[in-house]
Design a protein around this ligand. Structure first.
Ligand code: ADP
Ligand code: MG
Length: 314
């Protein structure tokens, strides 16, 4: 039998929904798409985003400080950990059920709570720019800056929002365990929300007030697991040049060199498509034979067969 293709899948926001009932419904569809790939003969590792979920947990924990003055504010790293567990629970539950529904009984499913190390001197910490959580008034923003040490920024006339740093992932702390589980055939969910950001202080790992981009964390995970594919599932079937303009051109196959040129020309929006293309380029350039793919969740089976999506190769 041919060696199974190892795939790291990065699930975007549309694979998980925005509320508890939405997530419960979305993971069923997501599980179908993932098990489709397993039936195609792929070995799958799942990573995912957590934007709406970590915002929800963060808001809930702030509400707790209002209810009970003995409760200090919850660090963002703890909120990320909570979101990993909550999303992992829904995903592993739905994946287990979908596998059993198709008569696949020999693939255990588990979520790895994952810490991802970032550098304390990452320049991103000097310029927190990633908005998280809900919009608040100027007075509330001032209160949050004073009480919680948050950095609040006015966001395009819509009110104030907390901003945090988005440093680059440099090390997946639990990679040894993840590799052991993947090598023994388990279906593993890891690096949720980009991972719990931590910095090293001797033997101590300190939670950082930051969020790691899940596209970059997934790329590091795929490289560390020597995956054949990094598949970034998002809200568009393909990546475009001149996106949203009359000159829009959907891309099928892109070389690393071409993609770097397109990045320079500014075709990909910061904070949405740019990190995906950067992660795709980084993975494809890291070793011959590695392929990155950006497509829609519903198209992942077609895309792995080469029928759609945007593919990045050396
Ligand atoms: P996710 O939750 O999957 O990370 P994002 O909303 O962050 O999704 O990023 C995907 C979005 O990026 C697409 O829905 C699209 O609106 C936008 N986008 C920006 N530039 C491009 C481009 N050049 N080609 C395709 N999509 C683009
Ligand atoms: Mg995104």
């Amino acid at each position: 039998m041919a060696k199974k293709r190892r795939i790291v899948i990065a699930l975007g926001g549309n694979a998980l929904g925005n509320t508890l009932p939405e997530q419960m419904a979305a993971v069923k569809i997501t599980a179908k798409a993932i098990v489709d790939l397993i039936e195609e003969g792929c070995e799958v590792v799942v990573a995912h985003g957590n934007g709406p979920q970590v915002g929800m947990v963060n808001n809930a924990m702030i509400a707790l400080t209002h209810e009970d003055e003995k409760q200090p504010n919850t660090p963002l790293s703890v909120c990320v950990a909570m979101s990993q567990a909550y999303i992992g629970y829904d995903l592993q539950n739905a994946l287990r059920e979908e596998l059993l529904n198709r008569g696949i009984t020999d693939i255990p499913v588990a979520t790895m709570i994952t810490q991802v190390r970032v550098e304390a001197d990452d320049p991103a910490f000097q310029n927190p720019s990633k908005p998280i959580g809900k919009f608040v008034s100027q007075e509330q923003a001032k209160m949050m800056e004073e009480n919680f040490n948050y950095i609040m920024k006015e966001d395009a006339g819509r009110g104030y929002r907390r901003v945090v740093a988005s440093p680059k992932p440099v090390e997946i702390i639990e990679i040894g365990t993840i590799r052991t589980m993947v090598n023994s055939g388990d279906l593993v969910i890891a690096c949720g929300g980009g991972g719990i950001p931590v910095t090293r202080q001797g033997n101590h790992l300190k939670g950082a007030s930051a969020v790691i981009d899940k596209d970059f964390a997934s790329c590091l995970l795929a490289k560390e697991l020597d995956a054949d594919y990094l598949i970034i599932l998002t809200a568009v079937e393909k990546v475009a040049l001149h996106f949203g303009t009359p000159q829009e051109k959907w891309l099928d196959q892109v070389s690393v060199e071409e993609a770097k040129q397109y990045i320079k020309e500014g075709h990909f929006a910061a904070g949405s498509m740019l990190p995906k293309v950067e992660a795709a380029v980084d993975f494809a350039a890291s070793k011959p034979g590695r392929t990155a793919l950006i497509t829609l969740l519903e198209k992942s089976r077609d895309a792995i067969q080469g029928a759609t999506g945007t593919t990045f190769h050396l």
